[in-house]
Structures are given as structure tokens and as C-alpha cells.
Design a protein around this ligand. Structure first.
Ligand code: PLP
Length: 546
């Protein structure tokens, strides 16, 4: 009999249409079954798209280059991309429309990856902005390239070259930014730090001396020492047990590096990956602003050289990025729902361009909104855009984005979804998701009571996720639950979590609850009676084990 791998093997012989259909049928059935129980990740599985999009799978469209210049690649969906960007620009209270000559207007593009790409791009932009590289607004790139090409010189005119700010300033750290982000931050940020060789407060701090935070006085309640690394430095900025950055600690860490003369980069989370927490962006910015002012970082003069001449430019000495992978596409509607009295009165933290200090935001399109593949939005202001490292005439549009070829379908599917939903629909969807999250927390709490076993059911305020004790691997698999080990008050705990996305219903949550009530649903519970095995040791020694 042929195994699954045999059937799928690509041997150089074309498969018969019937063989291919067989593979697709099986794959469809398998995925539909998984989708029925899908609970663990923050993606929307309730997708309905216009049939009218099908023809575009039979053509190649490509949004290469800047979204606001159509370019020579005529087969693209940049018109739709611009409509999507305008939509999110107003949702996030940015200044619209986009205009090259207005520094405060928004600029952005739709991502071919998800927020990972948005984060990498933000961090690249932040690093180069803070280290004094040339900005797009400082150079009339188009005119320069045009002049160069008419005079027969290479398109890359001297003035367009990447130039580094003057190093000979008195402060040796003036162009050496340091990054801050909380311990609940997504791994894409950590990866971006590595890719872009960006110094984090931990990597620099451990070389400089001992940490300004003392344990436990400067840490949030329940913080575990396991998160503290060398010389007393926490590896990431401490967050509270609910997953939001702990502002007093952030403040102290930032001040330490401002005193050393460094510009600073802070990545805020708006919806953390595991606990769904919203960093209190507004109050954190309020807490940091007086420090930035005291150290001359609200505005500072950058010196750079061009064609042998020195120029100066006034910029901020900080960059605040908001990683809003899920939250930036969901919470604006929660805010509207709360204002209309559709949800219990609760404060929704402001994270968007209403705060003038916010320099960039990114969001994943496949999370709150929903799309059949990864996509998203990156947004900033025109005045923060960097001059691209090169000016490829080849594409006929400035190379202002991260990718070369960019997904046209990403823009089209996001446009389609936004075009079929009114604001009321978005608000209703947001209310449904909030209610399902609250219902999940209530149902799981009830299970814990009924089976007399502490399931550590926790639900961060306003989040769409509920976390609980990791159940049997079969249950984890059936519901595609995502798992993480966390230290709580020094105790290592294995959690699973679910996300109440659009497709999640009461019935599905009741089915999960039923499974969790079954004997054997929590393997370490049984080991209590059978005597602890080595793996269960930590769990059994925990304070909350009954
Ligand atoms: C999901 C997520 C990301 C990464 O988004 P992708 O779309 O998977 O690239 C980044 N940050 C946070 C907080 C996330 O939850």
C-alpha cells in the first residue's frame, strides 16, 4: 500500500489529474476537520471571500515598490492597497491622505508577511533614524535621479547615497540606539534585534555594570527571579502577571541609558501573543516623556555630511513602535463598542497616532480581520521615512518597502474583507469575540470547580485569550492549542491557551470544557495518586497544587 508520503512524492513524473484530486480531497477533509476545533491561535478561521477574486489566481500581479507610485510593473493592486492603507490610517487616527510633501501625513504599505515583517521594517527604520541616516524628506530623490539619468550618469547619483551622521560629536553614544521591549514580546522582535544587530538594554547593560533595578523592590508582584540574567539585569523589561509592561521598571531602565547618552527604541505590545495583554502605551509614553525632555531627546540635532558639506536636521532621540499584530485590528472596534454601551465600561488603552510620539504601528491581516494567508499593514509618518539604500530605476517606483516583489493578493483580500463589512459589522464582530473570551473564562473556571482541580484559569482584562493548565497532548492536538511554560512567583507552570476569534462559538467552548472534565485530561493530576514522575516534579511542588 502507498503511504501518504509516497502519494505526495514529486518524482519527476506528472501525477494524473485523478491522483492530484485525491490528494486535494484528503487535504481538504483533514483541514476542515481541524478547523472545526481550532482554538489555540489568534487567527480568524471564519473566512468568506468574493468569488470575483478567483480570476486573480490565474494571473501574476505584483505590488513591487512604493504603494503610492504605480511604477512600470502595470499588473498590480496598488489602488486597492492605497484604499486599505487609507482605511487603517483613519482607524488609527493618522493624518490622511498620504502626501509626500506633508511630513505629518501617514505613509505605509501592506505586508507580504505578517507583523514579523512589520516589526523588522520598523526596527530597521528606527535604527537608521536614530543613528542619523538620511531621510527621504531630506532629499528630492526623484529629481536627483532624474537629473542624473538625463545627464547620462548612473541613476545612483552621489547625493542619494546612504550617509552616516557625523561621528565626531562629543557624545560617543549619540548614534547608538538601545532597544527596550517586555518579556511578553513576540519572538519576531528578538529575531529582528539579531538580524539588524540592534543593541538591547540587556546586551549593553551587562557590559556596562550592574542593573539599576533591585529585586524585588523594583519588580512587579509575582515576578520570578528566573527571568533575571547576568549582573542583575532582567533579560527583557519586566511585565506584570497579566502580561503588560511594568512601566516603573521600564522608566528606570530607560533613564539609565539616557544618562549614558543613548537614543532609545521602545517596542510596545498591543495584544501580547500568549496573554493577549495591552501595554498601557499612553501612560508609558507619559511616564517617559519628562525623561526624554530632561536628557534632550525629545528633539535633538543630527549632523550629517553630504557631498562634502555638513548639514543638520532636528529629530527625536526616541522611536516608539507599537506591535499591534492582533490588537491594532481589533481594539479600535472594542473602543467604539464601549462608547456605544455595547460592552461593559472598561478603559481601552490608547495606542495609535492620537499619541503624537508614536512613530510606527504594525498589524497582521490574518488575525483579527482574517485572510487565507499571512499579510498585514505597516504604518508610520512621511517625516520618518528613510531614504532607501538604493534607487533602482528598474521598477520605476521608489524602493521604500522591505520586500522586492510584494503580494498583490494581500492588498486585494484585505480590501475585499473591508469592503464587505460596515463599521457596525466590525463592532458586532468585536463584541462577539469579547463575549466569547469572557464565556471561555467562565466555562473553564466552572470546570476547575467541578473537578476540584486548580486549572490556573486566567484571563487578562480585555484580552481575547484565556490561559489554563496544559491538558493532555491529545486535547492540545485536537484543539490546536498553543502552549508555553511560565514562571509564576518562582514556580514553573505549563500553560495552554485558547483565542476567542471570530469563528469561536459557545458550542465549541462547551465541547472543550467537556473534554477537560474527562478523566485523564490532566496527566499530572493522575501522577499525584500514582506517585510523581520526574517530569511532574515541579508541578507537584507548586503552591497551587491541590
Ligand atoms: C502574531 C504576532 C506577531 C507576528 O505576526 P505574524 O503575522 O505571525 O508575522 C508579532 N507580534 C505579536 C504580538 C503577535 O501576536
Amino acid at each position: 500500500m502507498k503511504t501518504k508520503d509516497d502519494v505526495l512524492a514529486l518524482t519527476g513524473e506528472a501525477l494524473e489529474p485523478a491522483e492530484r484530486s485525491g490528494v486535494y480531497e484528503q487535504m481538504t477533509a483533514g483541514m476542515q476537520e481541524k478547523m472545526r476545533y481550532f482554538l489555540g491561535y489568534q487567527v480568524n478561521q471564519d473566512l468568506s471571500y468574493s468569488e470575483e477574486l478567483h480570476p486573480f489566481l490565474g494571473m501574476h500581479l505584483n505590488n513591487i515598490g512604493d504603494p503610492f507610485t504605480d511604477g512600470n510593473m502595470t499588473m498590480h493592486s496598488k489602488e486597492m492597497e492605497r484604499a486599505v492603507l487609507d482605511y487603517y490610517a483613519s482607524l488609527w487616527h493618522a493624518e490622511t491622505p498620504h502626501a509626500n510633501e506633508n511630513g505629518n501625513s501617514y505613509w505605509g504599505y501592506t505586508l507580504s508577511m505578517g507583523s514579523t515583517e512589520g516589526n523588522v521594517y520598523a526596527i530597521w527604520n528606527a535604527r537608521d533614524y536614530l543613528s542619523g541616516k538620511l531621510l527621504l524628506s531630506q532629499e528630492d530623490a526623484e529629481a536627483e535621479a532624474d537629473r542624473a539619468s538625463r545627464s547620462g550618469k548612473p541613476a545612483r547619483a552621489a547625493g542619494l547615497q546612504y550617509s552616516q551622521a557625523d561621528e565626531r560629536l562629543e557624545n560617543p553614544n549619540a548614534y547608538r540606539p538601545v532597544a527596550f521591549f517586555s518579556q511578553d514580546t513576540h519572538y519576531s522582535i528578538v529575531k529582528a534585534m539579531r538580524v539588524l544587530a540592534f543593541d538591547t538594554f540587556y546586551s549593553l547593560g551587562t557590559q556596562l555594570g550592574s542593573c539599576p533595578l533591585s529585586y524585588p523592590a523594583d519588580y512587579p508582584d509575582g515576578f520570578s527571579k528566573e527571568y533575571i540574567g547576568e549582573r542583575g539585569w532582567p533579560r527583557e523589561v519586566p511585565s506584570d502577571l497579566d502580561g503588560a509592561v511594568y512601566v516603573p521598571a521600564l522608566k528606570k531602565l530607560v533613564e539609565y541609558f539616557l544618562a549614558e547618552g543613548h537614543p532609545i527604541f521602545v517596542c510596545f505590545n498591543y495584544g501580547t501573543t500568549f496573554k493577549g495583554a495591552y501595554d498601557p502605551v499612553e501612560s508609558a509614553v507619559e511616564a517617559l516623556s519628562p525623561l526624554l525632555e530632561a536628557y534632550g531627546m525629545l528633539e535633538r540635532t543630527i549632523v550629517y555630511e553630504k557631498n562634502g558639506q555638513k548639514y543638520t536636521d532636528v529629530r527625536s532621540g526616541f522611536w516608539f513602535h507599537v506591535d499591534g499584530a492582533l490588537g491594532a485590528g481589533h481594539m479600535p472596534y472594542v473602543e467604539k463598542a464601549a462608547a456605544r454601551g455595547l460592552l461593559p465600561e472598561q478603559e481601552v488603552p490608547v495606542f495609535d497616532f492620537r499619541l503624537p510620539e508614536i512613530q510606527s504601528i504594525c498589524m497582521s491581516g490574518h488575525k483579527a480581520l482574517g485572510a487565507p494567508f499571512p499579510c498585514g499593514v505597516y504604518m508610520t509618518k512621511t517625516k520618518y521615512q528613510l531614504l532607501p539604500p538604493d534607487d533602482p530605476m528598474y521598477i520605476g517606483a521608489p524602493d521604500t518597502t522591505f520586500a522586492g516583489s510584494r503580494s498583490s493578493l494581500a492588498a486585494m483580500y484585505m480590501w475585499d474583507q473591508l469592503a464587505r463589512m460596515s463599521e457596525d459589522d466590525h463592532v458586532a464582530q468585536a463584541v462577539h469575540m469579547q463575549k466569547m473570551a469572557a464565556y471561555a473564562a467562565a466555562v473553564l473556571t466552572k470546570v476547575a470547580e467541578d473537578i476540584c482541580y486548580d486549572l490556573w484559569v486566567e484571563h487578562t482584562s480585555l484580552s481575547l485569550t484565556v490561559r489554563f493548565r496544559r491538558p493532555h497532548p491529545d486535547i492540545v492536538d485536537t484543539y490546536s492549542l498553543s502552549c508555553e511554560a511560565l514562571y509564576v512567583d518562582g514556580e514553573k507552570r505549563h500553560y495552554a491557551h485558547l483565542f476567542a476569534m471570530k469563528h469561536v462559538s459557545r458550542e465549541l467552548l462547551d465541547t472543550l470544557a467537556e473534554d477537560l472534565r474527562q478523566e485523564g485530561a490532566f496527566p499530572c493530576r493522575e501522577t499525584k495518586h500514582q506517585g510523581p514522575g520526574p517530569a511532574a516534579d515541579t508541578l507537584l511542588s507548586g503552591r497551587s497544587f491541590k
